[in-house]
Design a protein around this ligand. Structure first.
Ligand code: F6R
Length: 606
């Protein structure tokens, strides 16, 4: 995680660095800092908490220097305070770092023996001292080359030097890094998003590469220190506007934007006139794929789990789902006829990227379902299906989740048709229902008061459970994740049929339990499981869909009904009350909804 910005200019840079850091807060918001060079000295100012705190510091407001680096931090080594905030500096060098240095303890011991004094608890500080040490014998390029060789782990680095008034070094291994080009100034950023307000001309560093950024040109080097040429890409220069409008929080706005997300996705991928799916450029023949492996983290992993039900229902493919951080270190059996699908909102998640990289190294077929189309995962996948939901600012993923499952559903329909598993007539009916979905989501979004009321009970509980079977099980997991990350209430998602194998022991008098029981193939079974928890004292919030048949079950605490549609699409509707439950619980607790504690929007460390 963490965000990096660097600017080498003719004009003072501190205000622009602060503005860029505000944009980068989605990567971390534990602490922030800035270092500039002026009058031949490195000035470093850091503060705990948000960039706002840094900006309020009067020293920052008067900070001079036309070259500088800035950082927002998501703590890995050392608590989130101003001492551990980046940049870290010696007299000669100042460094900002994303990633983790795995051999930092060994390096630190070696450096301490040589007389280096450490101020912080971070792994990053070893980089400062290593460069300082290597600079005693080497020029800049060689000292960087040598330092990078000594580091194990992952990093994106921005470095300035006391004696170099026209030079920022950037280096990448594992964590993404981009260079931007402006008029008489050049930039370094942890991604193109960080640079977009300054330039749309970008070069991405590949793993192992480093660069030297001067005001009027940039030089790139391979891991071995050889000069290399890199392409300058021109990104769209449309800058999206991010404001909350009339909403209190981005999350509230993003929840309400979900009908638009669905409409955009449907418009992009469905040919309404011919009832066809507009995914034509799949780079593999249908008989080249017999299994599909879906990989992601967190909410994106839940999208993958959701998709498994659809792929199994609608295609004859073998389907597997994996958590990226597990997949990347397992002894996987790579098979030529497997398609690996990587699902990620940011497209920068370190574990998901590493899983993609592993598949590429094994010559596998790769496809990305991403929101950020300039991201590393999108750039490095063979085939990309963007979800087009617009920027998601709230740390808790909402509209991106619905966007991901929409695209995965459409992909399952497409592969079903291509493989002859799904008939044209059945497809037409499914597309008809799909086109009605945005409207149904809109109507479901109107259910509000009841959710606000039930959130009080969740807030007072020690813990809660979310249960579902079949299509509803991944949604139960997602509902539990949303509640815990926003309201810090313990919440556990479980397959309803699994309760009696252990978790039933957790149920006690008054414990709130959400049961997802839409009228689908699993309905009756889930209702029986619901009775088992009610019998043990649970306060059940039943979420089902509207139907002429009344729910035949007693002692349900509260019922919320979403709109009705075919069973494939019910998961979209069930998601809405769960997002709102998490939102209102956090709101009533007064927590920071868009930036929950300990989290970040883009998880670029493993
Ligand atoms: C939860 C949430 C996270 C992300 C996960 C993967 O609300 O947002 O669990 O889903 O960190 O992020 P992406 O989708 O960017 O790969």
């Amino acid at each position: 995680m963490c965000g990096i910005i660097g600017i080498n200019s003719n004009k003072p840079v501190s205000a622009t660095i602060i503005n860029s850091l505000k944009k980068l807060e989605y990567r971390g918001y534990d602490s922030a800092g800035i270092a500039t060079l002026s009058s031949g000295l490195i000035n470093e100012i850091k503060s705990e908490g948000r960039v706002d705190n840094l900006e309020k510091n009067s020293l920052v407001q008067n900070m001079e220097g036309t070259i500088g680096i800035g950082h927002v931090r998501w703590a890995t080594h050392g608590s989130p305070n101003s001492i551990n905030a980046h940049p870290h500096s010696s007299q000669n060098v100042s460094v900002v770092h994303n990633g983790i240095i795995e051999n930092s303890t060994l390096l630190k011991n070696m450096l301490v023996k040589k007389g280096h004094k450490f101020k912080s608890q971070t792994d990053t500080e070893v980089i400062v001292h290593l460069i300082t040490e290597n600079l005693k014998k080497e020029n800049i390029v060689n000292s960087i080359k040598k330092t990078l060789k000594e580091l194990q782990g992952s990093f994106a680095l921005g470095i300035i030097f006391k004696d170099e008034p026209d030079l920022i070094v950037g280096a990448r291994r594992g964590s993404p890094l981009a260079v931007g080009y402006g008029p008489n100034e050049n930039y370094l950023g942890s991604d193109s998003y960080a640079l977009k307000s300054m330039t749309n001309k970008i070069t991405y560093l590949n793993d192992g590469e480093f660069c030297v950024i001067k005001k009027d040109h940039v030089e790139f080097f391979s891991e071995e220190g050889n000069k290399i040429n890199k392409k300058v890409l021109e990104l769209s220069n449309e800058e999206e506007k991010y404001d909350k409008g009339d909403y209190k929080h981005f999350m509230a706005k993003e929840i309400e934007e979900q009908p638009i997300t669905l409409k955009n996705g449907i418009k992009e991928y469905i040919d309404s006139v011919n009832d066809e799916i507009n995914i034509y450029n799949i780079p593999w023949k249908k008989n080249e794929i017999s299994s599909i492996i879906l990989i992601g983290c967190g909410t994106a992993y839940h999208s993958c789990l959701m998709a498994k039900y659809w792929f199994e229902e609608l295609t004859s493919l073998d389907v597997n789902v994996d958590i990226a951080s597990e997949f990347r270190y397992r002894k996987n059996r790579f098979k030529k006829d497997s398609l690996y699908v990587f699902v990620s909102q940011s497209g920068e998640t370190a574990d998901t990227y590493a899983a993609l990289d592993l598949c590429k190294k094994n010559d596998m077929k790769t496809c990305a379902v991403v929101n950020v189309i300039e991201s590393s995962i999108a750039r490095d996948s063979e085939f990309v299906l963007p979800i087009h939901c617009g920027t998601e600012i709230g740390v808790a993923s909402t509209k991106a989740f619905l966007g991901q499952i929409l695209i995965l559903y459409i992909l399952s329909l497409k592969l079903g048709v291509l493989r002859g598993d799904l008939e044209k007539k059945a497809l037409s009916l499914k597309l008809k229902h799909l086109k009605e979905l945005p409207k149904l989501v809109e109507q479901t979004l109107l259910t509000d008061n009841k959710i606000q009321n039930v959130s009080n009970t969740f807030n007072q509980a020690k813990g809660s459970m979310f249960l579902g079977r079949g299509f509803s099980y991944p949604i139960a997991l997602e509902g539990a994740l949303k509640l815990k990350e926003l309201s810090y209430i313990h919440a556990e998602g479980y397959p309803a049929g699994e309760m009696k194998h252990g978790p039933l022991a957790l149920i006690e008098e008054g414990m709130p339990v959400v049961v997802l029981a839409p009228r689908d193939d699993y309905y009756k079974k889930t209702i029986s499981n619901m009775q088992e928890v009610i019998a043990r004292g649970a306060k059940v919030l039943l979420i089902t869909n509207k139907s002429d048949d009344e729910v035949v079950s007693e002692n349900i605490w509260e019922t919320i009904e979403v709109e009705s549609t075919n069973q494939d699409l019910l998961p979209f509707l069930l998601t809405i009350p769960l997002q709102k439950l998490a939102y209102y619980s956090a709101l009533k607790k007064g927590y920071d909804i868009d930036k929950p504690r300990n989290l970040a929007k883009s998880v670029t460390v493993e």
